[in-house]
Design a protein around this ligand. Structure first.
Ligand code: NAD
Length: 457
């Protein structure tokens, strides 16, 4: 049996290894999962999640350390990640215990006798195949599998091969908390072979994928006739109008660009600032960026660790160099040591440079300017992506214009594009996704069938 070896991106020490999953294990799981009618009622499922919450709360130092060892992100980012997972569990319990079934009257149309229409949700008959990315190694897993298990589904999880240890840790917590083995299998191995095999199985009723656009499209093209959830990449702007309080706006820029080493689907990938205030804003951003110097991820005084690996850092470094060669001006950063990439500020960036046409998944702040609202709307919409945006202005007329005209999933006023609660409906359009939202409440809908029963009174 082959093993996946995980190295810490900062020290390159081996963190651990995990065995790839043989096909026989997958086949046996599918067989037993299909036969398994989950006997767990809502109360029992909520109790399992409460146990997981308790276990994770007690073990949060270990969990945060594991995330930092595996990903190289700062320990502060890892504690934040764990706190999000705890919140996912709390909200899933609340959602699970909240009844949302409708009873509709039918005497609302001519010629229809008096009847009652009841709606209720049932788990899928088949199995959910969930595929997750590296950048939130436990929270992404939690966002996929907790709503699926809460609604009594059976799940095969294929977490990123870059962060399998965090994923397996979370699955083990679920089993320790009482989850039946027939409800969850976590698999590891070559993602393409696993996908080819599982997408050929009629037992898989739903594929739920979070990751990059190219893999998402690969999956969509081969998913066949089954339900598909795609949560893909982003190219999110923070928009800053001339009336904005620039100190607050600059703080949002650095928070949105560098948290999690810039590796969030909703990280700020472009700053679009009105030309009248661009110089002042850029100075403030450069000044604030100094305090985000990347370093030892385990040092709690350091705000930013590494990106996921040296290859990822090199791609970003190349794009920065290309942008500079094409006329962008380096204002801060652009140093790399292995996977450690210093936060980098570029101004005089144009909308055709690869640093902003592609999703640059790291700590880079490219600053572009606009003069008119129409020009701004074109800048935002003229990209393949449509996930989220943030806007800094006090003018309601501008906010309503943007809300109507931007082709995106979420607009946050005076917040980073990535602001959300774990309950918020979340997801994008265009290359960022099919418009199907995640977030705990929406996911409960995604992982169930809505059935209708009508009664003659
Ligand atoms: P990725 O697309 O490289 O990998 C995601 C997952 O897909 C991994 O588990 C990987 O093993 C698997 N995979 C790779 N090739 C596959 C194939 N051919 N068939 C089936 N599965 C395959 O993404 P990543 O680098 O791990 O994560 C970063 C990306 O995820 C970014 O683009 C980011 O924007 C996106 N993301 C999106 C959201 C969202 O909610 N929209 C959230 C987090 C991350």
């Amino acid at each position: 049996m082959k093993e996946i070896i995980i190295k810490n991106p900062y020290t390159l020490d081996i963190v651990g290894s995990i065995a790839t999953t043989p096909q026989i294990t997958i086949d046996k799981f599918i067989d037993s999962a299909l036969k398994f009618q989950s006997p767990l009622n809502r109360y029992q499922r909520a109790e399992i999640f409460k146990n997981v919450h308790l276990l994770l709360e007690t073990d949060k130092n270990y969990a945060a350390k594991l995330i930092t060892q595996e990903t190289g992100i700062s320990i502060n980012d890892s504690y934040y990640e764990v706190s999000r997972v705890l919140n996912v569990l709390t909200l899933a319990i609340a959602e699970l215990l909240t009844e949302r079934n409708d009873i509709l009257e039918s005497d609302i149309s001519p010629n229809i006798a008096e009847r009652k229409v009841l709606t209720y949700r049932t788990p899928l008959k088949g199995i959910v195949y969930a595929i997750t990315p590296f950048n939130h190694p436990i929270n992404q897993v939690a966002h996929k599998i907790i709503p699926a298990l809460a609604t009594n589904n059976r799940v095969i999880l294929k977490a990123s091969e870059k962060t399998p240890l965090s994923a397996q840790y979370f699955c083990d917590l679920l089993f320790s908390a009482g989850l039946p083995r027939e409800m969850l299998l976590s698999i590891y191995g070559d993602p393409i072979s696993l996908y080819k095999y599982l997408s050929s199985q009629s037992a898989i009723e739903l594929i739920s994928f979070t990751g990059g656009v190219s893999v998402g499209k690969y999956i969509a093209n081969r998913s066949g006739y089954r339900r598909l959830i795609l949560e893909l990449g982003g190219n999110d702007p923070l928009i800053i109008f001339a009336d904005a309080d620039l100190e607050t706006a600059a703080e949002l820029v650095v928070q949105g660009s560098y948290k999690n080493s810039g590796q969030r689907c909703t990280a700020i990938k472009r700053v679009l600032v009105h030309e009248d205030v661009a110089d002042e804003l850029t100075e403030l951003v450069v000044d604030k960026t100094r305090s985000w110097r990347a370093g030892d991820p385990f040092d709690e005084t350091i705000k930013m660790g590494t990106v996921i690996d040296e290859n990822a850092a090199r791609v970003i470094e190349y794009r920065i160099e290309e942008a500079i060669a094409q006329g962008a001006r380096l204002r801060y950063g652009h140093q790399r040591s292995g996977a450690l990439l210093q936060p980098t500020v570029l101004d005089k960036v144009t909308s055709t440079m690869s640093i902003v046409t592609e999703e640059t998944f790291g700590p880079v702040t490219p600053i572009l300017t606009f003069s008119k609202v129409d020009e701004l709307i074109n800048l935002v919409n003229n990209t393949k992506y449509g996930l989220s945006a943030g806007v800094c202005t006090y003018r309601m007329d501008l906010i309503t214009t943007l809300a109507k005209q931007l082709h995106i999933g979420t607009l946050n006023v005076w917040e980073v594009p990535g602001f959300r609660t774990e309950l918020s409906p979340f997801g994008g359009v265009k290359n960022s996704g099919l418009g199907i939202k995640e977030g705990i409440r929406e996911s409960f809908k995604n992982y169930t069938n809505l059935q209708t029963l009508t009664l003659p009174w």
